[in-house]
Design a protein around this ligand. Structure first.
Ligand SMILES: [Zn+2]
Length: 208
């Protein structure tokens, strides 16, 4: 796994300027403020993840985006690991979120096609994963890395202490970059999967 320059937002801020080198934005969903879609490594770290989070949240769900904007080396300079993710805006946003879905981008490595599904909320993970499969996006449950099971992973810091993370391979994100309509299929699949999973009466109530 590539190394990160900084282990905390505090240290990153000693070197870089918010609003110039990176931006952070949060908004509260009009319909389901307690559903939070996050892109903790957006902009030039894990490209397309912020755009996908933004579109999937739309006005309905809450949204958090970190977007790196350096001319180069964004991965090394601006990636704060999910387990150590301490941007105050993100910590605030998860505090009131019942459903947290974090979107990440991974390099292809041995698997260029599947979205790796992680996080401690097995139920929402499965409903989103199954919806993706049905829409033609193959997924992998229990991936070899990026399992997202650490309790301090930002996706697991909502009110249920269990969230979901998606690791979207680079090839797929490159395809999205060339084909906006293809990306929209992913966005609308996420939106309907989220709408379906959190309205199940037994789904979250049982866990709360
Ligand atoms: Zn990431």
């Amino acid at each position: 796994m590539p190394k990160d320059r900084f282990t905390s937002y505090h240290d990153l801020l000693k070197v870089y300027t918010r609003g110039k080198d990176f931006s952070v934005s949060t908004r509260v969903g009009a319909n389901r403020p307690d559903v939070l879609i996050m892109a903790p490594h957006g902009g030039k770290i894990e490209m397309r993840t912020a755009e996908i989070a933004d579109a999937a949240a739309a006005e309905d769900y809450s949204c958090y985006m970190f977007e790196a904007k350096l001319p180069s080396n964004n991965r090394y300079e601006m990636h704060i690991a999910s387990e150590r993710y301490d941007v105050p805006d993100a910590l605030d946003a998860v505090k009131t979120a019942k459903v947290v879905i974090a979107l990440h981008g991974r390099v292809d490595d041995e698997d260029a096609s599947r979205i790796w599904m992680g996080g401690l909320d097995a139920e929402v993970c499965k409903s989103i994963g199954d919806a993706l499969e049905n829409a033609g996006f193959p997924v992998l449950y229990d991936p070899p890395r990026f399992k997202g099971t650490h309790p301090s992973n930002i996706c697991n810091r909502g009110t249920t202490k269990a969230g979901v993370q998606l690791e979207i391979p680079l090839s797929l994100r490159q395809a999205f970059k060339k084909d906006a309509a293809y990306e929209k299929v992913l966005v609308s699949t996420l939106r309907s999967a989220i709408a379906g999973s959190h309205t199940e009466p037994t789904s979250l109530a049982a866990k709360a």
